[in-house]
Every structure is written in structure tokens, then in C-alpha cells.
Design a protein around this ligand. Structure first.
Ligand code: SF4
Length: 331
């Protein structure tokens, strides 16, 4: 049987983002923070790629590079087949209409002096489409309806809204330009658990309705597992495992993914009781003095000499399940 060709909307290839940490007397960079180090993945059109990992692992920086908020040090970002990693300012302006960002903290990302109506209107008029005044009003009303906010909410200011309503407003603003790809940076982690579920459901229904593609960044594996089609696990600037979301509970391979999973509570009492929690020893190493070889080796219970010397490459262990671990390599 022939495998259908993937319709890849976004492809990230060997992406590196290094920030200078110290300079010599003559202005030469002497050490740097390797926030993102050789990251590669692709996102199919209409699907969700979940990027998960602890705080400081490089997820947000990867998102910022995709949006070209920061200029990558090395590597390529292909959007619709075109390399946008070195796009000019003018090109970035037009790309930003198609690739939007949803922030973790909707309160911090919304102008407190503007009503919800003005916030959405501002985004509508900066889009590609040219609207008349009455069309703008109709579009704002439509966007409020799409994110399940009542039309009268348009008169409210961000501080008069609940956390969930503010996040819906942030989503409406992101949708104003008819984007194809949305980078969602921890979009539900500041919300109550019950509201989280509602907002996640909204993301899913919008994806079905508008054919959106998401890069969904979160530290909570349970949330990512719920929304993502494919999951990439990041550790210290590296992607250590990429797999189908359906496989995450049944077939996690990398020792770090297994440790992360063991900390996710399971609702089944008996399964939960029989599970063994894998406790990671030590702190996440500094990205300024990243360990040699496998970045996870100082905390890995299975580390050998080869782990300390050689960086494991992301290797297909079967069916597109990619793992960066010397132990997982087929003999
Ligand atoms: Fe552990 Fe070695 Fe695999 Fe790294 S490569 S995760 S140190 S076994």
C-alpha cells in the first residue's frame, strides 16, 4: 500500500538559537546560552504539533524563532516550502498575518486601555483584507461569536473579564487575520482546570471549523496529549523524542519522557497505585555549560560512557517514532 504524501505546512530544520552570555574586553562572545540546539521537526497542515518539556528547555524560544520574533543563529524554518529563517522585515510582516501567536498570559498581552471591540478591530484592520467600517463591525461581531463570547463583551475592558474570557479574546485577536498556523505558547497554563478544558475544546473546534494548524507549547503532558496529533519532547534545547500522541502512554522510549510521564496522575486508582514514580536526580544543567554527549546523561539512570561522549541523533525506531538515545538504536 502506498503511504500518502504528507502535506507539511511547517518544517524546522537543525534550528539553533544561541544567546551571548559573556563577552571579552574586545566585545567578542566568550560563552553563550544554547537555548535551542539543533532542533528539527515538521508540522502537517491541519494538525497539532505539541512541544512539551520543563521550563527553560527552549520551547518558547523555538516558537519565537518560528514567528521570527528572534532571529535564529543557524538552521532553517520552511513555511509552505519557503525558507523564512532569513526573511526580510517586509516579508516577515506578511508572514505574521499567516502565522499568529497566542500568549500564556492574556492579561499581559492585551492593552488594558482598549475595549475588547477595539482590540479585535485593530487586528482586523491590519489584516490583508480591506473592509469598510460596517464590514469591520460585522467581522468583530463574527470573531466574538467564533470564540463563544457574547456580542456585549465587546464593550468590556480586559480587567472586566475572567481569565477564560480574556484568553478567548486573545484567540479572537489571533484569528482576525485569518491565519493558517498558530503558535500557542502555554495558552491554558494560567487558567483554572475547568476553564482549561473549555479553552482546549475551543481550540479543537476552531481547528475543525477553520482548518487551523497549531504548534502547541506546554509543560503539561496531559494537556498536550489531549490536543496534539504528534508530540515532541524537549530537554535542554534538544528534541529527545517525537511520536504520535496516541503512543505517548503506551510506548514512551526516551528515559526523560518516561520520567515526565510517571509524574502525570492517572485517574484509574489501581493503575495509579501500581505505577512507579521515576524521580529525576539533580537539577537541569545550565544551558551555558551544557553537558557533553547526551544532554540528559547527568540525570539518566542508564547513562554509559558513550552517552557522556557522543550526542545521540534522533533516529527512527519504527513507524516515524524518533528517539535521541543511544539505548534505543536498533542493532
Ligand atoms: Fe540516558 Fe544515554 Fe539515552 Fe542519554 S543516550 S537518555 S544518557 S541512555
Amino acid at each position: 500500500m502506498q503511504v500518502p504524501e504528507k502535506d507539511v505546512l511547517l518544517k524546522v530544520e537543525n534550528l539553533k538559537m544561541y544567546f551571548p552570555a559573556a563577552k571579552s574586553l574586545f566585545g567578542k562572545t566568550t560563552s553563550c546560552v544554547k537555548a535551542v540546539d539543533n532542533v528539527s521537526f515538521e508540522v502537517e497542515k491541519g494538525k497539532t504539533f505539541g512541544l512539551v518539556g520543563e521550563s527553560g528547555c527552549g520551547k518558547t524560544t523555538t516558537g519565537k524563532c518560528i514567528l521570527r520574533i528572534t532571529n535564529p543563529t543557524e538552521g532553517h524554518i520552511y513555511y509552505k516550502g519557503k525558507d523564512i529563517s532569513r526573511a526580510s522585515k517586509e516579508e516577515i510582516k506578511s508572514i505574521r498575518r499567516e502565522i499568529q501567536l497566542i500568549f500564556q498570559d492574556p492579561y499581559g498581552s492585551l492593552d488594558p486601555r482598549q475595549s475588547a471591540y477595539s482590540i479585535i478591530k485593530e487586528a482586523v484592520v491590519t489584516g490583508k483584507e480591506k473592509y469598510t467600517e460596517s464590514e469591520v463591525a460585522a467581522r468583530v461581531k463574527e470573531l466574538l461569536e467564533i470564540v463563544e463570547l457574547l456580542p456585549e463583551m465587546g464593550d468590556r475592558y480586559p480587567h472586566e473579564m475572567s481569565g477564560g474570557q480574556r484568553q478567548r479574546l486573545g484567540i479572537a485577536r489571533a484569528l482576525a487575520c485569518n491565519p493558517e498556523l498558530i503558535v500557542c505558547d502555554e495558552p491554558v497554563s494560567a487558567l483554572d482546570v475547568s476553564i482549561q478544558a473549555q479553552v482546549i475544546n475551543l481550540f479543537q473546534s476552531l481547528q475543525e471549523r477553520l482548518g487551523l494548524t497549531y504548534v502547541f507549547i506546554a509543560h503539561d503532558l496531559a494537556v498536550v496529549r489531549h490536543i496534539a496529533d504528534v508530540i515532541g519532547v524537549m530537554y535542554l534545547g534538544h528534541i529527545v523524542e517525537i511520536m504520535d500522541a496516541a503512543e505517548i502512554y503506551s510506548n514512551p522510549v526516551h528515559p526523560y519522557t518516561r520520567a515526565l510521564l510517571s509524574a502525570v496522575p492517572i485517574t484509574d486508582y489501581y493503575v495509579e497505585k501500581s505505577r512507579k514514580r521515576i524521580l529525576l536526580e539533580g537539577e537541569v544543567p545550565s544551558p551555558i555549560h551544557a553537558p557533553s554527549g547526551c544532554p540528559f546523561h547527568p540525570r539518566c539512570a542508564y547513562a554509559t560512557d558513550v552517552c557522556k561522549a557522543e550526542v545521540p541523533s534522533l533516529t527512527d525506531t519504527g513507524g516515524g517514532h524518533l528517539v535521541a538515545c543511544h539505548l534505543s538504536k536498533k542493532n
